[in-house]
Structures are given as structure tokens and as C-alpha cells.
Write a protein that binds this ligand. Structure first.
Ligand code: SIN
Ligand code: FE2
Length: 216
């Protein structure tokens, strides 16, 4: 297992409640990293990261790709889940076994048993990349939680309420952390502040986030 800093070991196993049905499982993904990174390499070789355009016409600062039966996509016409990569017309790469296992085990550790995601959005942040406040509401039902894995540079995650204008908590997400939110917290607004800070010893000048969802 690779630990980026002296505090990573201390955080490991810590579980921070950020809502009634929302947790950050500190370091939960660390034991999986050695398997996640080669799987990510194969996935991005098939469906490379790209900057999508929002319905409003802005190019996202976050680059993304997907794996699983469904992938999240955006263009001038809107947000949607697709079974194929719009750039190459092929199916999104299959979800690697280690991704599905990590997602199910993190969900279970947060009390959501039997999580079987069919979509994994992979976001890549460079310094300055941000994600504005939004709700995850393009999925067919909201019974399943969201499981969000952080790798690389530390991000400041914003976790708000059910209205865009609600106050947001600022939560640092470190390499290996897994955030899980569901139940009454499933539709809470969230986002990520512009990425800054030291480069990560293993991942370099970037942060990669996997967001697992049951979309279809
Ligand atoms: C997302 O909301 O899609 C990603 C959140 C994150 O990068 O932590
Ligand atoms: Fe989201």
C-alpha cells in the first residue's frame, strides 16, 4: 500500500459522518490502489479523457470518461446516460472487477448493502479544475447511494443541502478516501473547489475521482 503522507495511516479506518446518511470513509480505497491504477490505464486507452460541453455551451474544466453499462455524458442538448462513447461509437469499457468490488464494499461499510453500480464516471482534475454545485439527478431512481472515490491531489469537496443556496460544508478529500451518500442525503447539492496545492507523490499534478451510480 502506498501512503502519500504521514497522516494517511492515522486517517485509515476513520469514518466521518457528513450527513444523516452520508459518510467519508477515510483511506478506504488505499488497499485497492495498486489494482485500480492499471485498470484505469486500460480504460482510458479505450475511452480517453475528454472535456465535454455543458448545455449552456461551456467546456468543463474537468476531463471525464466512463466505464460500465452506462456512461454520463453532456453536450449542447443536455445531460444523459449513454451506453456508447459518443467519441468512438463503441460501448463504454466494461467496469473492471476491482472497481465494482470497491464500490460495493464501500457502500456496505456505509450501511448500503447490495450496491451494484452500472455506471462509473471517471473525473480528472488538473490544478484549477472545479465542479460547480449540482445534484446527481440523471439516474432513474434514487434508492441506490452515490459512491465517490478520490485519488491523487487533495480536493475540497462542498457538501450542501437540498437547495442550491443552502450553506455548504467544506470537506477535504484525500487520496484513498471514499465518500458515500444516499437515503435522505441522496439529492444534496455538492461540488469541488478549484484544485490546488501540492502535487501528489504517486499521481502527480492531478486528482482522479470515480463516481459510482446505479443509473439505469
Ligand atoms: C461528482 O460530483 O461527479 C464528482 C465529485 C468529486 O469529484 O469528488
Ligand atoms: Fe455529482
Amino acid at each position: 500500500m502506498y501512503t502519500a503522507d504521514l497522516f494517511a495511516q492515522e486517517r485509515l479506518g476513520q469514518r466521518d459522518a457528513i450527513g444523516p446518511c452520508a459518510w467519508v470513509l477515510r483511506g478506504f480505497a488505499l488497499p485497492y490502489v495498486d489494482e485500480l491504477l492499471p485498470a484505469l490505464g486500460r480504460l482510458e486507452a479505450a475511452s480517453p479523457f475528454r472535456h465535454m460541453v455543458t448545455p449552456g455551451g461551456f467546456t468543463m474544466s474537468v476531463a471525464l470518461t466512463n466505464c460500465g453499462a452506462l456512461g454520463w455524458a453532456s453536450d449542447r442538448r443536455g445531460y444523459r446516460y449513454t451506453s456508447t462513447d459518443p467519441d468512438n461509437g463503441q460501448r463504454w469499457p466494461a467496469m473492471p472487477g476491482v472497481f465494482a468490488r470497491l464500490a460495493a464494499e464501500a457502500a456496505a461499510a456505509a450501511g448500503f448493502m447490495g450496491f451494484e453500480p452500472d455506471a462509473c464516471l471517471v473525473n480528472r482534475y488538473a490544478p484549477g479544475s472545479r465542479l460547480s454545485l449540482h445534484q446527481d439527478k440523471d439516474e432513474r431512481d434514487y434508492d441506490a447511494p452515490i459512491v465517490s472515490v478520490s485519488l491523487g491531489m487533495t480536493a475540497t469537496f462542498l457538501f450542501g443541502g437540498h437547495a442550491r443556496s443552502d450553506k455548504t460544508a467544506k470537506i477535504p478529500l484525500y487520496h484513498g478516501d471514499v465518500a458515500v451518500w444516499g437515503g435522505e442525503d441522496r439529492l444534496r447539492y455538492h461540488g469541488v473547489l478549484p484544485l490546488k496545492g501540492p502535487s501528489h507523490p504517486l499521481m502527480g499534478e492531478q486528482r482522479v475521482n470515480f463516481t459510482f451510480r446505479k443509473a439505469g
